[in-house]
Write a protein that binds this ligand. Structure first.
Ligand SMILES: [Zn+2]
Length: 301
């Protein structure tokens, strides 16, 4: 089973709550435990301009390709956009495209990164510049490899950029389950938004997820699901606030993979947010999510 990862994902963002190194740290944990072998890691190609234009405006694509950002772009994205940061976001797009292709081929595709769901058509927001999920889904739709896709966004924050990009597109169902009192202040409308109170905890979270997700999977019957498994639902997270334990997150992931597998829906995994007060915990959660994806895959064989 391949894991998509680029060394360019790891970029220094001194003092920033988003530590891009968490993806590589998660991968290193899996390598250390022998769950992933070096030969399983595949590097993505950079996306083409045409790929980026599938979900973004020409002006925003130009800024990303030519490094033509203004100081206001960094303010909006709440992230100092250096060349390294821009390249990391670009390569994450390539990573999610590759993971989506692997999902169609193998049942599961894993991007050890990705999940920039706050990126809008014409600007970046919430530490996100390019919406890798929207681009990957639009690309596979365009290539007619899929007819319908579902985005299962379980990051603690609403997938506002993704919702806005796909608004009115009947081919794509956007499912977002997130905290009601956190970023973003101005919400977009997903196909289904489920809002949870701060400190929701495992029991309520899992019950609500089970009720909500099974029904929409049955009704919409996607050809591909892109799962955004945000680690920021963790109780020790600085920004998420939903109060899940590590065990609760494991159950969340197992449920999503099992629901999709049970219906024969391929899953492309992206990791998204994770701002644990002890940074190694975000990496640990990401590693566990990948383990869950791999074990579900093994069950298919
Ligand atoms: Zn988040």
């Amino acid at each position: 089973m391949k894991i998509v990862f680029s060394k360019y994902y790891t970029v220094k963002t001194p003092g920033h709550v988003f530590r891009a190194g968490k993806f590589e740290a998660a991968l290193n944990m899996l390598l250390k435990d022998g769950i992933v072998l070096k030969k399983d890691i595949v590097a993505p190609a950079a996306p083409s301009k045409a790929d980026l234009l599938l979900a973004h405006s020409p002006a925003w694509v130009k800024k990303n390709l030519k490094f033509g950002f203004t100081p206001e772009d960094s303010v909006k994205a709440e992230l100092t956009i250096t060349r390294g940061v821009a390249r990391a976001h670009m390569m994450n797009v390539g990573g999610t495209i590759k993971a989506a292709r692997l999902a169609l081929k193998n049942g599961v595709g894993i991007n050890c990164g990705g999940g920039a769901h706050h990126a809008f058509k014409d600007h970046g927001e919430g530490f996100c510049l390019l919406n890798d999920i929207a681009i990957a889904v639009k690309k596979l739709l365009k290539e007619r490899l899929i007819r319908r896709a579902m985005i299962i966004d379980l990051d603690a924050h609403q997938g506002n950029g993704t919702a806005a990009i796909f608004r009115g597109d009947k081919r794509v169902f956007t499912f977002s389950m997130h905290g009601v009192e956190t970023y973003p202040e101005k919400r977009e409308r997903s196909s289904l938004d489920i809002e949870l109170k701060a400190g929701t905890g495992d029991a309520v979270y899992l019950a609500v997820l089970k009720r909500g997700l099974s029904r929409v999977l049955d009704e919409f019957r996607p050809d591909l699901a892109v799962y955004l498994a945000g680690a920021d639902v963790y109780k020790g997270d600085a920004l998420g606030g939903l109060g899940l334990t590590m065990l609760g997150i494991k159950k969340r992931d197992a449920f999503v993979f099992s629901e999709c597998r049970g219906r024969g829906v391929p899953v492309a995994l992206t990791l998204g947010g994770g701002y644990a007060l002890k940074p190694e915990n975000s990496a640990k959660i990401h590693a566990e999510t990948i383990k869950s994806a791999l074990s579900r895959h093994a069950g298919d064989l």
